[in-house]
Design a binder for this molecule. Structure first.
Ligand code: URA
Length: 283
C-alpha cells in the first residue's frame, strides 16, 4: 500500500521525468522545424535535395523517448511523428486505395481535394513513381492526367511501353500547393511529408510486385534510394533498390515542360525516352 509520502515521492519523480522530456521535445521540435525549412523548393528537377538525414535524426531521437510519453508527443508534434498506416493484410490495390482515401498521415489532406492513389493492376511488370499529384490530378483523383501526364504518355509510347499495362503512382498522394489568387501553384513536398507517405508506396510495391520500378524525378528517386541520390548522375542505369527490386531513375516529365527552347526540349525528351527504353528492356 502506498502512503502519502510514497505518493509524494512518486509525484516528484514523475514531475522531474516530465520536465526532462519537455526539454528533449523542445529540442526535437526545433530540429524538426529546421529540417522543414531546409526542404528546397522545386518541382522534381535534377538534384533537388531532400534533407532526409535531418529528419532521420529526429526519428531516431524520438525512438529513444519512453513509450509512456507517446501520447503527449504525438499531440504536440504529430505533424512530424505521424506516418500513413496502410492496412497490414491488404491484397489488392483497391483495398489500399480505399484506406488511403482517409489518410491523415501528414498535414496535406487538409488542403487537397482528395487522395490520389496509384492506378494499375496487381502483377504489372513495371511501376512508375512520380512526385505528387498536380492540380488536374487533385481534381480528377487520378495520377498523371495533367500536362506532365501528357508528356509521360508520349514518352512511354515512343519507348514502346503501353501505359495501360504499367502501374502509375506518386511518392506523395496529396497535392501540395500555395494559392496565388485563383491559381494553385505546385509546391514540392517536404521530407517529412515524403516520409509520412512512404508506407503507401511500400504497400503498393508489396501488392503489385513489379519486376522493375521507374523513379520519375528527384523526389521519387530520393524517397526510394535515399537523400544522397542524384538523378543527374545515375539516370538510365539499372540499380538495385532497398526493396530488392531493380530501379531505373530518370527525369520528371514536368522538367521537360520547363525546357527553355525547342532544342533543349527535344534533347531532354530523347534522353527521357532512352531511359524508359532501358527500363522497358529490363522489366
Ligand atoms: N506530377 C507528378 O509527379 N505526378 C502526377 O501525378 C502529376 C504530376
Amino acid at each position: 500500500m502506498l502512503d502519502y509520502r510514497q505518493n509524494a515521492r512518486g509525484d516528484e519523480a514523475c514531475r522531474a521525468h516530465h520536465a526532462a522530456t519537455a526539454v528533449q521535445l523542445a529540442d526535437l521540435d526545433r530540429r524538426a522545424r529546421a529540417a522543414d525549412l531546409d526542404a528546397a523548393p522545386g518541382t522534381g528537377g535534377f538534384d533537388d535535395v531532400l534533407p532526409g538525414s535531418a529528419v532521420a535524426g529526429v526519428d531516431q531521437d524520438l525512438d529513444k523517448i519512453s513509450f509512456g510519453h507517446y501520447a503527449s508527443i504525438s499531440t504536440q508534434f504529430g505533424r512530424y511523428l505521424n506516418v500513413a498506416q496502410p492496412p497490414a493484410k491488404a491484397k489488392t490495390v483497391g483495398e489500399l486505395s480505399a484506406a488511403a482515401a482517409a489518410c491523415q498521415g501528414c498535414d496535406l489532406w487538409q488542403e487537397a481535394t482528395q487522395t490520389v492513389f496509384g492506378e494499375g493492376k496487381e502483377g504489372a511488370r513495371m511501376m512508375l513513381v512520380g512526385e505528387q499529384p498536380g492540380d488536374q490530378e487533385d481534381l480528377q483523383g487520378r495520377p498523371f492526367v495533367g500536362p506532365a501526364g501528357r508528356v509521360l504518355e508520349q514518352a512511354l509510347d515512343e519507348a514502346g511501353i503501353d501505359r495501360r499495362r504499367v502501374y502509375v503512382t506518386n511518392a506523395v498522394k496529396h497535392f501540395r500547393f500555395t494559392r496565388r489568387g485563383k491559381r494553385r501553384l505546385h509546391e514540392k513536398p517536404n521530407a517529412a511529408q515524403v516520409r509520412a507517405c512512404r508506407p503507401w508506396l511500400e504497400a503498393e510495391i508489396e501488392v503489385v510486385k513489379p519486376g522493375l520500378i521507374v523513379l520519375l524525378g528527384a523526389t521519387a528517386a530520393q524517397s526510394v534510394m535515399g537523400p544522397a541520390f542524384r538523378v543527374s548522375k545515375q539516370h538510365g542505369e539499372v540499380l538495385e533498390s532497398p526493396f530488392g527490386i531493380p530501379v531505373v531513375a530518370t527525369v520528371h516529365p514536368s522538367s521537360i515542360l520547363r525546357s527553355v527552347d525547342d532544342k533543349s526540349r527535344d534533347a531532354a525528351m530523347s534522353s527521357f525516352i532512352a531511359d524508359l527504353m532501358v527500363a522497358a528492356k529490363q522489366a
